[in-house]
Design a protein around this ligand. Structure first.
Ligand SMILES: *Cc1c(COP(=O)(O)O)cnc(C)c1O
Length: 381
């Protein structure tokens, strides 16, 4: 195979030493919201609370902190390529062979590699819902792969029939997030199993279970994996394990594919401290139980209170709640701004093309109560 082959990509002629691939030229810079410090200074506040990025409100697990401190002096060494200790620990946790585990620098790296390994630019396509997690969109684009989008239903439930209509013989990846972000809705495992059975034999179904630990028991595809040879499950240490800033994601996938991902991954993409923290957090049942309790109780409280104020609230199986303020009060945008002025950062969903909706991450009880009291005040409810 030469680079000039078929894809059309080899034909673009560069005239300047700063020209870039057309896909790259279309990229817009990632737009971070204002930082907590910027909000504090802008509005002259003493305290700012951030419930915007679905991080674990309990912070870093103490066990992981201790493990990182103990490993600090070893960080002049390269990590062990292939991260065998973490792979073995994950394999033991999920009762699968270690050859079916892949770990990367956040789910972000796993998503990126799936596109690059499974899709030939300009030939293959991928399918996801709209709205969906932004990384599916950006990494498809970066890989030069068409991403087809099936709309969710009006109530943000999954429309698998619409999704299947977009699949053809050149579709090699289908992405479903369950529980979904930003809606918090869960996809029924029965329907996902049906979807996997309806896909062409050359297509892989990727189920992103970043928030599955927060959902009711038995909703993961994990227990069905043995009979689902075309399914990849993605998970992360960023949410229930409280380690978003360390960047650790993983997948359970067919061994052949895991082997290819390991071959092309940057050898040391998971750093020494992250690996130690992940091992400690994985073994920390108490932290996980407490995180689950805080998320479940918090989402019930927030959902009930927002409904009581007249908001439309999507039932959440996750550590965040998506809602829309009642018509005739304030717009989502204004509510967002007025919360900011009071030091409460939540997520506006303009980037998901849902300007009438907001997403709030479940915090600790006191943070949730503060959020609720601010909403009551602003909505006059
Ligand atoms: C937060 C999140 C992830 C986790 O990404 P990391 O790169 O592991 O931090 C994955 N998928 C979805 C849909 C998410 O919201």
């Amino acid at each position: 195979m030469t680079e000039q082959m078929d894809t059309g990509q080899g034909k673009a002629s560069f005239t300047s030493c700063t020209d870039v691939r057309p896909e790259v030229a279309e990229f817009e810079a990632y737009e971070p919201g204002l930082s907590m410090e910027e909000i504090r200074l802008r509005y002259g506040l003493n305290r700012v609370i951030k419930l915007a990025s679905n991080e674990n409100s309990l912070g870093v697990p103490p066990s992981a902190r201790k493990a990182m401190l103990a490993a600090l002096d070893r960080s002049f060494r390269y990590p062990q390529a292939g991260n065998p200790r973490l792979v073995r620990a994950l394999a033991a946790r999920y009762h699968v062979g270690p050859e079916r585990i892949f770990v990367g620098n956040g789910s972000d790296e796993v998503i990126d590699l799936l596109f690059r390994v499974r899709a030939v630019p300009g030939v293959h396509n991928a399918v996801a819902f709209s709205p969906c997690f932004g990384l599916y969109v950006t990494q498809a684009k970066m890989a030069g792969v068409e991403l087809r989008r099936a709309p969710l239903k009006d109530d943000f439930d999954f429309d698998f029939a619409a999704m299947l209509k977009l699949v053809d013989e050149n579709t090699t990846l289908v992405f479903v997030t369950s529980p979904d972000n930003p809606s918090g809705r869960l996809a029924s495992p029965e329907l996902l199993e049906e979807l996997s059975g309806a896909l062409p034999s050359s297509c892989l179904l990727v189920v992103d279970e970043a928030y599955m630990e927060f959902a009711d028991e038995g909703q993961s595809l994990l227990s069905r994996l043995e009979r689902l040879p075309n399914v990849v499950l993605m998970r992360t240490f960023s949410k229930i394990y409280g380690l978003a800033g360390l960047r650790i994601g993983y997948a359970i996938l067919p061994a052949v594919l895991a082997d290819y991902l390991w071959r092309v991954r940057l050898p040391f993409s998971l750093n020494v401290l992250a690996e130690e923290a992940a091992l400690a957090a994985l073994a920390d049942d108490e932290f996980r139980r407490e995180s689950l309790r805080v998320a479940r109780e918090g989402r019930e409280l927030i959902s009930r209170e927002l409904r009581d104020m007249g908001c439309t609230v999507i039932p959440s199986q996750s550590n965040f709640v998506m809602f829309s303020p009642p018509a005739g009060t304030v717009s989502a945008k204004d509510l967002h701004t007025r919360l900011l002025e009071r030091g409460m950062i939540i997520r506006g969903l303009g980037a998901y093309r849902l300007p009438d909706w907001l997403r709030v991450t479940v915090g600790q009880e006191e943070e949730n109560l503060f959020f609720i009291s601010l909403c009551r005040e602003i909505l006059g409810a």
